[in-house]
Design a protein around this ligand. Sequence first.
Ligand code: SAH
Length: 218
Amino acid sequence: MNDRHGIGLTSQRARNRLVDQLRGMGINSEEVLDLIRNTPRHLFVDEALASRAYENNALPIGFGQTISQPYIVAAMTELLLTTGSVSRVLEIGAGCGYQTILLSKLAKQVFSIERIAALANRLRERLHELRVVNVRVRHGDGRLGWAIHGPFDAILIAAAAGVVPQPLLEQLAIGGRLVMPVGVPGEQTLTLIRRTEEGLSEEALQRVSFVPLIDGVG
Ligand code: SAH
């Protein structure tokens, strides 16, 4: 049995502990908590960091990027899940793909964009290994969205910018919600945007800290 398996066996306890912690921080959705409990986050980080995968922390994934903190992944997922349909989902900033996998278990179809080619390729391999068939990964600039597959019921952006890119707003279905960290580095607010028949509405939620949404592809 190799180290990877050893971590796998001991990690169920660590995952349960993480779930208890997230519950204590206000995550209420049993569906989301079950997803966290059943998803092997250690497979999404470097082997050297695997033993820390169930701490409630962001961790480096290379290329100056981080896997988002479990609490914030859970909070964003819960937000989309409890406010409407998550059938057709667009994710911007897939990174290592941990959030992508959670979304794939809730959605009928996930469209995921990542600007760093190596991360996008690694994610495709991971999805293949994990036999996830309802996710399409695109290497590109997520600020443009993925119009031919829209409109989307839910859009999740895992990188911060001063404003929500206009194409993403345009690709939101009626009844759709978009969640994104909005603001300058160090001063971002998780923002929920809803599209109704009447137009767009915006709600500022909690303070967060994300890496920036960057122009173009890496
Ligand atoms: N949810 C991911 C978060 C990774 S950090 C995870 O938990 O692993 C944010 C990611 O957004 C990085 O991988 C970064 O490369 C990507 N990113 C930044 N700007 C982007 C853009 N314009 N289009 C697509 N991806 C972008």
